[in-house]
Structure formats: structure tokens, C-alpha cells
Design a protein around this ligand. Sequence first.
Ligand code: NAD
Length: 263
Amino acid sequence: MDSQQLRNRVALVTGGASGIGLAIAEKLYQAGSHLVIADLNGAAAQAALQALPQRDGQHKLALRVDMADYQSVYAMVEQCEQSLGRVDILVNNAGFQHVAPIEHFPPEVFQKLIDVMLVGPFVATQAVFAGMKQRGWGRILNISSINGKIGAPFKAGYCSAKHGIIGLTRVTAAEAGDSGVTCNAICPGFVDTPLVRQQLAELGAAYQIPADQVIEQVILPHVPQKRLIEAKEIGDVAVFLASDEAAAITGQAINVSGGYVMH
Ligand SMILES: NC(=O)c1ccc[n+]([C@@H]2O[C@H](COP(=O)([O-])OP(=O)(O)OC[C@H]3O[C@@H](n4cnc5c(N)ncnc54)[C@H](O)[C@@H]3O)[C@@H](O)[C@H]2O)c1
């Protein structure tokens, strides 16, 4: 449903060209914010932006960013500030997965997972934090995962980054203090996106079952609701956390997992 809950806010969503990031971007835009979609795939970011209807008084911008590259992250924030004046809502969402047992996990891929999903969000936070505090309002949303709370086999790099970003979330909330800036993590369960679909073959190989049985045999037995989450359900939680109504919620890591994880 369209609303004006986030009217005049400037939202920046990394990894916003696909899956969860795209759904969050769409929901923030529907709620009235100006929108910047930043993604490694600049053409997909542009296409995602063009697919959104032009709405009176709302600006939108697509950027290419590599969250593994500090300079690219600083340049992304600078471009947002130059084009739209500021960043009010930062959504650190970009990410990827790699599935392999520890004995075969390439260290350079482990490092890349940490760079994209932990160091990049730290650098983006650093770039927007002072401005948000000065203006007395800001929202930083870090997309972690239930794998930020539990260890899943064959996901050493991913689980390490997702646990780490919950720590970063808590420090950011603590340093934000009474400034009017909040920082929270969202911890999705298995959401039906390309990231999940692409790992079914790898998970099947790791568990020695056919890829088309991974959802039924590996994932759903842990999920009380017996379903994958829809990306737009993460978008709705993001809009709420970005709203004025969520002002007292900070430093939290909120599961949206159909009951998979309950702590
Ligand atoms: N799908 C799930 O079940 C699930 C569950 C929990 C958490 N998450 C997290 O949600 C986020 C989004 O995942 P998704 O499922 O929508 O995946 P997705 O593959 O659909 O989208 C990820 C997006 O991130 C972009 N990206 C990748 N590397 C990047 C980089 N270096 N710089 C900038 N952009 C980059 C990709 O181009 C892509 O558009 C990730 O952080 C992921 O870990 C996903």
C-alpha cells in the first residue's frame, strides 16, 4: 500500500537491483522516500529504477558500487549527497553466498564475503554517520541473516560476516546514543531470491541429495511455518524500522524467518 510515511527521506539501498534489496527499495519508495539503488550490477540497478513509476516530488537515482572497495563506497555516498542532499536511511543489503566445507573454503572467497558484507557496511556507516547525527535523524538497517545467529554447515564466510554485522549494529546503536539515529539488523530466514536458488545445487552436493529436494529436506524441516519468506515481507519490516514510529528500537537483530530462529 502506498503511504507518505517516509516522505522527504532519502534512502540508499545497496544491492538494490535484485531480491531482498529490490523489495526493500520498492517498499521505501512506495512509502514516499527519495530512492538511490546502488549495486555492483549498474545496468540492473538502472533497470530496477526505471521499472519504478515516476512519482511527483520523489527523486530516484541508480549507481554502480562495489561494496568490497572503500573508495567506491565513499564515492557512492558522495554521489547521493551531491544529487539528493543527504542520506537519511542507509540499507546495507548487498551480499552473496559461497557454500563449501571449511577444508575446501578458499581463503580469498572468505575474505571477499567479509569485505562485501561487513567491511563495506562499516565504511558506508562511517560515511553517513556524522551527517545523520548532525541532522538529528537517521536510520541504518543492516541486512544480516539467521546465519548471523546460528552456525550453518558449509557457510563459514557467510556466517562469520553475518554474525559480525550484528556486532557492528550494536556498536553503531551505542555510539548513536540520543542523537536520533537508530541502527538495527534484520535477520531473514530463507527468502525466495536468486541468492537462495543459486545455492540449491551446491547445498545438494554438500548434503549429497538432488538440488530439487534441498528446500523440502534441508531447509523446511527447521521452519515452523513450512515456507520460504517473500522478499516483500523483509521490505515491510524495513519500512517500519525506517519510520518515526520505530524510534525506540535500536541495536536489535530482528528475525523474519517463519520461526526458524527464535532468539
Ligand atoms: N535470500 C535469502 O534467503 C537471505 C537470507 C538472509 C539474508 N540474506 C541477505 O540479504 C541480502 C540480499 O540477498 P538476496 O537474497 O536478495 O540476493 P540477490 O543475489 O538476489 O541480490 C544481491 C544483490 O547484491 C549485489 N551485490 C553483490 N555483491 C556486491 C558488491 N560487491 N557490491 C554491490 N552490490 C553487490 C548483487 O549484484 C545483487 O543485486 C544479502 O546480504 C544476503 O546475505 C538473504
